[in-house]
Design a protein around this ligand. Structure first.
Ligand code: GLU
Length: 450
């Protein structure tokens, strides 16, 4: 057998995925974004090609699709579709969140699961990659409806998860409330208090301190490291943040703690601009406690205005934290942000920036941190939660936050070092993909063709 050139190999893998997954645009986007950066790694490691590492890596180990029937408050039977994609377990048990949102389909779950493999590898926490969810929409549902849905979802998921098998957590639409209902049902069915089977639990019953804040804080820590390398910082800068869930809320909180001024937040109805800086307590009250629309924030805060519809990326600033959802920031937004003096982007969400927009940022010399690296703090803290569960111990807040900070520093440094090693210093996309790929590929190589 002759070893193909990296170009030929990458093209063959891309063509196979494209023909097998033609109807999965998000998944293809995520795969291509990785393949486009791997040439230098493959040139250095022909053994990865010989062992078919990439051919195997782009195919999930297992994909589960199941019916989730439940009854709404009026007594009507409803049916949703549930998913769990167990993508890769070379580094550890499958680990990744559950997303409950009407946009969830197999393509979305596969893109998230694929990204998760790399992200989890970057955390150095020995966790594999997986993702799941449902097209169920929790918004507008009563607590009782959400509970019945979660219980039904777990009736099937229970067969496929476990603390050494697959450990789900939250994502869009899945927070502490949903994890509580899911855990309760798991415990009831299995008759086991298996704390480490889910992460993102309440701190009073096995959850880790700072898990709720971790993704948002982590993205800001990453941005801080990236800016520090360039001799700059967050203090005194205007930051544009999208979203208003956990990731956005705690990114806003940390930006403020570091002296920056976050001025925006958004949800599916529109966005708010608050030139005085976002009032985090009010944001939490509106979005976490009341589960209300973001416009309610502007109703209660004279310095803020609400813009209905539209994109928060119409606003410009020096720092950008896309923390809402995939492909929210496109080429036009990128051009307007660059023209408005943008300096750095750190992705709090998964794949929020389109490939064209990433290209525009990189060409313009804007520092760009891809989600795989920048938002790894959430899952890293989940791994810390698993560790505490296994040891039946509990770390305090300061310890937890400082562990998160250390991990984000390490993720930054290993990503930057890989960008140097593979020939494009400061290209964090290439750095994150290469560093993560080498880690996973070495483990796959050692474990044989499985
Ligand atoms: N859903 C989060 C992510 O995108 C967290 C996953 C987890 O904690 O397992 O990384």
């Amino acid at each position: 057998m002759t070893t193909p050139t990296p170009e030929f190999h990458l093209r063959t893998v891309a063509e196979t995925v494209a023909s097998r997954s033609a109807a999965e645009p998000e998944f293809l986007q995520a795969v291509n974004e990785v393949l486009e950066t791997l040439h230098p790694v493959l040139a250095e490691h022909p053994e990865f090609m010989e062992a078919g590492v990439l051919d195997r890596l782009v195919e999930p180990e297992r994909q589960l699709i199941f019916r989730v029937p439940w009854t709404d408050d009026s007594g009507q039977v409803r049916v949703n579709r549930g998913y769990r994609v167990q993508f890769n377990s070379a580094l550890g048990p499958y680990k990744g969140g559950l997303r409950f949102h009407p946009s969830v389909n197999l393509s979305v779950v596969k893109f998230l699961g694929f990204e998760q493999i790399f992200k989890n590898a970057l955390t150095s926490q020995r966790i594999g990659g997986g993702k799941g969810g449902s097209d169920f929409d929790p918004s507008g549902k009563s607590d009782a409806e959400v509970m019945r849905f979660c219980q039904s979802f777990m009736m099937e998921l229970v067969h496929h998860i476990g603390e050494d098998t697959d450990i789900p957590a939250g994502d869009i639409g899945v927070g502490a409330r949903e994890i509580g209902y899911l855990f309760g049902q798991y415990r009831r069915i299995t008759q086991r208090y298996e704390s480490g089977v889910l992460t993102g639990k309440g701190v009073g019953w096995g959850g880790a301190e700072v898990r709720t804040e971790a993704t948002g804080y982590g993205a800001v820590f990453f941005a801080e490291e990236m800016l520090a390398r360039a001799g700059e910082g967050i203090a005194g800068r205007r930051a544009i943040v999208s979203g208003s869930g956990n990731v956005a809320t705690y990114a806003i909180e940390k930006i403020q703690q570091l002296g920056g001024t976050p001025i925006t937040a958004s949800d599916s109805s529109g966005y708010i601009v608050d030139e005085a800086g976002i009032d985090v307590d009010l944001l939490k009250q509106v979005k976490e406690v009341e589960r209300a629309r973001i416009s309610v924030y502007a109703d209660r805060r004279p310095s803020a205005r609400f813009v209905s519809g539209g994109s928060v990326w119409e606003v410009t600033g020096e720092l950008a934290f896309p923390c809402a959802t995939q492909n929210e920031l496109d080429a036009n937004h990128a051009r307007s942000l660059v023209a408005g003096g943008l300096r750095a982007v750190a992705e709090g969400a998964n794949m929020p920036t389109t490939p064209e927009a990433v290209e525009i940022f990189q060409q313009a010399g804007v520092l760009f941190a891809p989600g795989k690296a920048a938002n790894a703090g959430g899952v890293a803290t989940s791994a810390l939660e698993m560790r505490q569960n296994a040891a039946r111990s509990r770390w305090d807040r300061d310890t937890s936050e400082s562990r998160l900070h250390d991990i984000m520093r390490d993720v930054h440094n290993s990503t930057y070092e890989a960008s140097e090693r593979y020939g494009r210093p400061g290209d964090y996309v290439l750095g994150a993909n290469s560093a993560a790929f080498v880690t996973v590929a070495q483990a796959m190589l050692a474990q044989g063709v499985i």
